[in-house]
Design a protein around this ligand. Sequence first.
Ligand code: PLP
Length: 299
Amino acid sequence: MQGCAYVNGQFAPPEEAKISVFDWGFLHSDATYDVAHVWQGRFFRLDAHLDRFFASCDALRLNPGHSRDEIRQIMHECVRRAGLRDAYVEVLCTRGQPAPGSRDPRSCTNTFMAFAIPFIWIADPDKQKRGVDLIVGSPHRIPGSSVDPRIKNYHWLDFVKGLYEAYERGGETVVLLDGQGHVTEGPGFNVFGVFDAGGGAKRLVTAASGVLEGVSRRTVIELARAAGFEVQLRPWTVAELRAADEVFLSSTGGGVIAIARLDGRAIGGRPAGTFGPVTQQLQNAYWALHEDPRYTEPV
Ligand code: PLP
């Protein structure tokens, strides 16, 4: 595999990026991570990813053992050594192993790892052109009172179950609802609906809480407001999702990605292979930001 990892304080080929089966990151999903991307040789909003990674570590009482500046340098160095122009760059901190015989998380030595590999899309560019088929899954998203979704985590059994359900029902990915029937998020993305606000105006809606505060979500909110659209962050129901004119995903794994069908039905009655003007406008604006030095830094 093309790429470069950073493990046990050293840069190594991705094949050597391994952890012990005794690490609680593996045994208990006791870990956090973040994923940034490099596009055409430039990191996109790296500071936002570092802010979120350190906030997640603090919330879980994990210590990555490196300063913010060191982690920034490690991420740059992984991409540089891998020789990648477009990269998926992950940083991880796991609880590590406890002292022999102990079950006390305070006795664990936390570990830090990073890697850069070729860019991974939520939906490949071909699929993006015709829009993704989204299924509303039956598992509820793990409640935020149990696992705070704002802390980026590997608790994905609800998503994985939902993905299998989506494939069985002819879909490509899944969005989960919370216990009250509100739209949350999917495996690797936030979800937006676009609605007619009267007089030709458009309104965007996305979940205010119960989701990861995606860096791409934030970018979309900023771009949409700058373009003069109203953006509402609030609970929204699956009935609203079904009534939306346009639906799209936001993710580091591809930015703004149109949804073509929801549970097998075309969104907004649009013909297959076409998607709405607001999604298209925001997708263009998202990629245009990748050339803006205020949002990017060269590797
Ligand atoms: N929600 C979940 C559960 C995710 O895992 C991700 C990204 O991996 C997102 C939302 C989108 O976040 P971002 O835009 O920072 O990639």
